[in-house]
Structure formats: C-alpha cells, structure tokens
Design a protein around this ligand. Structure first.
Ligand SMILES: Nc1ncnc2c1ncn2[C@@H]1O[C@H](COP(=O)(O)OP(=O)(O)OP(=O)(O)O)[C@@H](O)[C@H]1O
Length: 255
C-alpha cells in the first residue's frame, strides 16, 4: 500500500475545473517531483490533497480516506503543507513561527518534545538558530524558505507537500535548499511530494517524477526516465525550465 493513493481527483475554482481526474501514488520514504509549466495544476493538486479547494475523487493517506475531513484534521493526520509564498508570519520571530508549526503536530507532545524537535531543526538549519529572535519578515528569500520548511517539520508530518520552494531563490541558494531534502527525508522519516517548475533541480533529488499538463498527468515514472524521454515533455515544461539538450536536438531535426 502506498502512503498516499489518489484516484480520479478533480478540483475546481468556482465553476472552473482545473484538475481533471488525477491518479497518483506516493510510496513511503520517497521523494516525488510534481512537475509542470505555469498553470498546470501543481499547487491545486497539493491544495486538493489538503482539501483546501473544492475537490472530488478519492484520496487516501495511509489507508485513511481524506474526503470530508477539514484541512486542520488532515494536518493532524500527518500531512504538512509548505505553500507557495511560504505562509509564515512576517511580524512573528523565527522561533515563534517554528513553535506555531508544532500546533499541527500529529499527536500532542510535551513542551520538552517540542524543544527537542526545535533543537533538531536548528541543527539542520543553523541560520534559523542564529536569527531565532529576528522577525520572519526580515529574512532573506532562502532563509524564509528554510523557515517555512522547518515550521512544517515541527508538525512532525509523515508526508510533506512542498510548493515551488525554489521560487525567487538565487540558483545556488535553491541548490543548497534542495540538497537538504534528501537528508530531511532520512532524518525525519519523511515522504516528500515536491511541486516545482524547476525540473532540472528537482530531478537531482527525486526518486520519481510526475508531469502535469493542464490538470492531467502526462507522465509518471522513475525520475531518470525524464532525462531521455520524448521531446514533447520539454514543451510541457517550457524549454528554459527543462534543459533537455538531446530532446531539443531531436525536435529541431524533425522541424
Ligand atoms: N484561487 C484561484 N481561483 C481561480 N483559479 C485559480 C486559482 N488558483 C489557481 N487557479 C487556476 O488554476 C489553474 C492551475 O493553477 P495552479 O496554481 O494549480 O498551477 P501551477 O501548476 O501550480 O502553476 P504555477 O507554477 O504558476 O504556480 C490555472 O489555470 C490557474 O489560473
């Protein structure tokens, strides 16, 4: 049984359906990259899993049906969501933001356990310890993204949904952040579903890649497959986001 099992998932904003029957399984302990161009439906899929958008279809987490559950209840089941734009509180300090993350933890923990998790987070992201009394709004883009991920970790999720973590980050900062995900997966016993436009970066850490286009899954397989897959995927992703030099060459030959 997969940790997350999605079947025929549909999502809409008002009358407009933007996910048209998505099927997706996420195995426990894996990092899955959810790729696609602007507007493909990546953020909506993460919101649909959390029931933060009008949704139909089947979504099971560790065998538990998520339909009819509130977003807060889903967080308590062990699904952490790091939304695009980060969702931290700019006027609160770094440590206040982190402690707020513990509110959604999967089971009640003592203050001592929260303090131990906080210590673990500070070991993973030393810069957050350094700036723990600084307002979150004063952090740099990379530091703010680390805070958003760290805050979700305080909820002790089993599944972490991360939306576009590279957005607005300098290439080296994004690389540094992505390099941490593998360690996080192992140290925090996490499963990660990572929605990203930056396919190249995502594929360096993902076990599997799922490609969305206009609300539909158009590819699902080991991440290594996408390095050699048909040139059409470069079109789905946008050439600048996905440097498929071989595929590009093939496309040019056939034009
Ligand atoms: N709050 C909203 N109200 C109405 N339509 C929305 C809303 N959010 C997203 N959409 C539409 O839903 C579709 C999917 O958007 P979504 O944000 O899920 O795509 P995405 O793949 O995450 O794109 P991006 O990488 O640009 O964030 C788009 O057509 C978008 O315009």
């Amino acid at each position: 049984m997969s940790l997350l099992e999605i079947q025929n998932l549909r999502a809409r904003y008002g009358r407009v359906e933007v996910l048209h029957g998505v099927d997706l399984n996420v195995e426990e302990g894996s990092i899955v990259a959810l790729l696609g161009a602007n507007g493909a439906g990546k953020s909506t899929l993460l919101r649909a899993i959390c029931r933060a958008v009008d949704t139909s279809g089947s979504c099971r987490f560790d065998g538990v049906d998520l339909s009819g559950r509130s977003t807060a209840a889903i967080a308590h089941l062990g699904i952490g969501h790091v939304p695009e734009g980060r969702g931290t509180f700019a006027d609160f300090t770094v440590e206040e933001n982190l402690r707020l993350g513990a509110v959604s933890r999967t089971r009640a923990r003592s203050r001592r356990e929260t303090d131990a998790d906080l210590e673990l987070v500070y070991e993973t992201f030393p810069v957050l310890r350094e700036f723990r009394r600084r307002q979150a709004g004063a952090l740099s883009g990379g530091q703010a993204q680390m805070l958003a991920v760290a805050r979700a970790l305080l909820g002790r999720p089993r599944l972490l949904l991360v939306d576009e973590p590279s957005l607005g980050l300098a290439p080296l900062t994004a690389r540094d952040l992505f390099d941490r995900f593998t360690g996080l997966r192992d140290e925090w016993a996490l499963t990660v579903l990572l929605a990203e436009q930056n396919a190249k970066l995502s594929l360096t850490i993902a076990d599997r890649a799922v490609l969305l286009s206009r609300g539909r899954v158009v590819h699902d397989g080991p991440s290594g497959d996408l390095a050699t897959v048909d040139a059409v995927h470069a079109d789905y992703l946008g050439a600048s986001e996905f440097d498929l030099s071989h595929a590009d060459a093939r496309t040019k030959e056939t034009r």
